[in-house]
Design a protein around this ligand. Structure first.
Ligand SMILES: O=P(O)(O)O[C@@H]1[C@@H](OP(=O)(O)O)[C@H](OP(=O)(O)O)[C@H](O)[C@H](OP(=O)(O)O)[C@H]1OP(=O)(O)O
Ligand SMILES: Nc1ncnc2c1ncn2[C@@H]1O[C@H](COP(=O)(O)OP(=O)(O)O)[C@@H](O)[C@H]1O
Ligand SMILES: [Mg+2]
Ligand SMILES: [Mg+2]
Length: 345
């Protein structure tokens, strides 16, 4: 009797080499393989349409050419799924549109455990020359957040002399004291994980008059322990002591963001305003972040892949059974076909 063979799935991934090294680890590849999912590297030197077939394309690549390739792939493989659509990822490449989305979900906050959330005050500056005195300290962040080293270069500005080093276009964001701790919230579909990381120290308002100019920094939360050990402040503080935010608030924000942005793979940075105590501010949202830093990332991601692929399978199966043709069988890029369900958990 012929043995029933279980269907295997194939996920093609297109990632920069740094991301590939950190994310595509043997432990992930093997776990996925055991669940019937093969992770296959996409050769970005060859046309995507000539590769596969893939049930799903996972990617963190940008640019017009890549966007066109994905579109073409979907038009030739109408049942394939792309995680996530470039149009949805785009808003995260601008630090203003990135945080605008938080206002779209504010109504759903409903004051979970008497806490509230929002974003720090911010404006975009296109002409540095025209800058006038304002409240200090402020953080200057490059408007564009495209993953380049430049896009992570920040300036902490204490006085108007600090504006001299600014490069436009830049976002000026109010610096909020937050006890030196940020909460990083990783979202993988419906899964949400919040971890603590060290952040910039608080700035004493009384000492502000003695601080002049600006201080540049980059990716504080990714500093190695050696880098931090050189600094008195980090020696003194203990992450263990910091209380976590209410998980119901965090999952509420995560779900709201996921639905509003139509994205499945992202993380966001949250700080707690020490002046208010129970007010939380979202300061950054990143597409496809460093998941490998998340404990047990292999099983979380494999479960997500499995959900995506089985939902796709169920969709195809039911449409076959009912002899129905999918709404747009020519695969609506940006439409229903090729996209995923983003319904709330
Ligand atoms: O590489 P990692 O693990 O530090 O991940 C970076 C993220 O660190 P995190 O997971 O938040 O600690 C990092 O998050 P932050 O912006 O540092 O909050 C970014 O997502 C970064 O991607 P990009 O440079 O913005 O395209 C991520 O870099 P890529 O891996 O995508 O290059
Ligand atoms: N408004 C703010 N108030 C206080 N600290 C901030 C604020 N915005 C950013 N930071 C600090 O600067 C770091 C980098 O800023 P972020 O917007 O997360 O940029 P990146 O995309 O490079 O991670 C944060 O992790 C946090 O430590
Ligand atoms: Mg950040
Ligand atoms: Mg970021």
């Amino acid at each position: 009797m012929a043995e029933m063979t279980k269907k295997r799935f194939s996920i093609g991934y297109a990632l920069l080499s740094k991301k590939q090294k950190s994310f595509i680890q043997d432990s992930l590849v093997n776990l996925a393989k055991n669940r019937g999912i093969d992770l296959v590297k996409i050769d970005t030197d060859k046309p995507l349409v000539e590769q596969g077939p893939f049930d799903c394309v996972l990617h963190k690549l940008y640019g017009e050419d890549w966007r066109k390739q994905l579109k073409e792939y979907l038009s030739c493989n109408s049942s394939a799924i792309v995680v996530d659509f470039p149009d949805a990822i785009d808003r995260l490449h601008n630090r203003i549109s990135m945080l605008d989305v938080v206002a779209e979900i504010e109504d759903e906050g409903e004051g979970v455990m008497n806490s509230s959330f929002g974003i720090p005050k911010q404006i975009v500056i296109y002409d540095v020359e025209k800058l006038r005195n304002r409240d200090f300290p402020v953080i200057a962040k490059p408007l564009v957040a495209d993953g380049s080293a430049k896009s992570h270069k920040m300036l902490l500005i204490f006085s108007s002399e600090g504006f001299e080093k600014l490069k436009s276009p830049t976002v000026l964001q109010e610096f909020v004291n937050h006890g030196g701790v940020i909460f990083k919230v990783y979202v993988v579909g419906k899964y949400v994980k919040c971890v603590k990381r060290k952040s910039l120290p608080d700035i004493d308002e009384a000492k502000l008059d003695s601080l002049n100019g600006s201080l540049s920094f980059s990716q504080v939360s990714n500093m190695t322990s050696d880098e931090r050990n050189g600094d008195k402040y980090y020696k003194m503080m203990d992450l263990e002591d910091a209380a976590m935010p209410p998980m119901s608030l965090i999952t509420n924000i995560a779900r709201g963001l996921r639905k509003a942005m139509k994205l499945h793979l992202f993380n966001f940075d949250v700080i707690r305003d020490t002046k208010v105590g129970n007010r939380y501010l979202v300061i950054d949202i990143n597409y496809f972040p460093g998941y490998a830093k998340m404990p047990g990332y292999e099983s979380v991601l494999t479960d997500f892949f499995w959900d995506v692929l089985n939902k796709k399978e169920a969709r195809c199966f039911s449409s076959e059974k009912e002899s129905m043709v999918l709404v747009d069988n020519k695969c609506g890029y940006g439409g229903e076909t090729g996209s995923l369900d983003v319904s709330p958990a």
